[in-house]
Design a protein around this ligand. Sequence first.
Ligand code: GDP
Ligand code: MG
Length: 437
Amino acid sequence: SLTERLNGVFKKLRGKGKLNEADIKAAMREVRMALLEADVNYKVAKDFCAQVSERAMGQEVMESLTPAQQVVKIVNEELTKLMGGDEPQYLHIKNKGQTVLMMCGLQGNGKTTHAAKLGKYYRSQGRRPLLVACDVYRPAAIQQLQIVGEQAGVPVFTMGTEKPEHIAQQAMAHARDHGNDIVILDTAGRLQIDDALMDELVRIKEAVEVDETLLVVDAMAGQEAVNVAKTFNEKIGITGVVLTKTDGDTRGGAALSVLAVTGKPIYFQGTGEKLEDLEPFYPSRMASRILGMGDVLSLIEKAQSVQNDKEAEAAARRMMENKFDMNDLLAQFQQVKKMGGASALLAMMPGGNQIDADALDDKMLPRIEAIIYSMTPAERAKPEIINPKRKRRIAAGSGQTVEAVNKLLRQYEMMQKMMKKVRRNPKGFMRSLGNLG
Ligand code: GDP
Ligand code: MG
């Protein structure tokens, strides 16, 4: 992980006592690699390291008694700066009239859930929010908003499958009549960015005066999420980001790159499935989390050899267990995507053109991704907890059938069995593959 990688770099630095320029250069090369591996945007990583280097080469650091600690401190400060600075940013809620928040983003990223979380959050601050169902393509979507709205104690405005821009307009009239001061629009998502989705969002923005266009981004989506943010910003203009699922095993890439790439701050983070799991986004806390320390200096103190042995042992154990869960599966799909999709890969294989790879890219992969995105981090890490009730929720959330969810789970089980075989008897497994061909 990014945290482990960075700590590795710092450990090396600490072993050195006094630092020279070459030490810092080498360390920064490694920091840059670690950031890239964590899916941080290339240019962001490069600029970040240049900035840290410049400060680290300064006299105070080089001549201090504890140069390595100074470098860690600088990295922490620069990470914080990269994500927006010391203080959290707050949404601009007007004191008069209605403030309109529009939730947008790809399917499964958490729009509906976070519409309700924001409703609950502002209700607890004495506001009178109204949730509006503008995702009209799936009956389940409207129902989902009604359910979470009720849980949040926030009224939900629905008009069935009318045009979303019309619903938004009517909702404004309703809000004025009923004294709702914050109007939160839950919009439709797609598995991938497409023109129809963008046009629809633009039409909503033309129909009502949207104050904050909030892009809802799954923190676990990494670099992919940043590309999405860039496109949304170019096409419809976002004002900020809600970073969801930060309770999962995020690699940090999305949190670190979004502001630098779009110029728009992260306002809130989702820290769990429950409606109270919402927090203002504190860049400094996220930086500390990425560095794996509640407090930078206390960790440095702790870094004694005993501690290191234990860490190494834990890492080794994880590797031996060869954990492979839905997160790994998702990561593999994203790898395939990065390499140009299944069509590009199959084109390079003999006989690969026999397979309808385009269908695989266009239909299968996005569907599977949607299903996995609709799983909670706990479900991804331990798919065996997915009972029929969870299956129905995942199916509804991803716009897929329960059968499709079952199919994916069966495939996952098969992969697990296969991997067990490989672990138990690698040579035998290879032989059996040979026999097939
Ligand atoms: P939408 O398609 O963008 O409206 O996404 P949903 O709001 O339906 O969320 C998709 C899935 O992600 C649901 O199962 C949510 O419970 C889950 N989810 C959303 N936000 C979070 C979060 O911050 N933490 C966790 N653990 N799960 C979340
Ligand atoms: Mg939704």
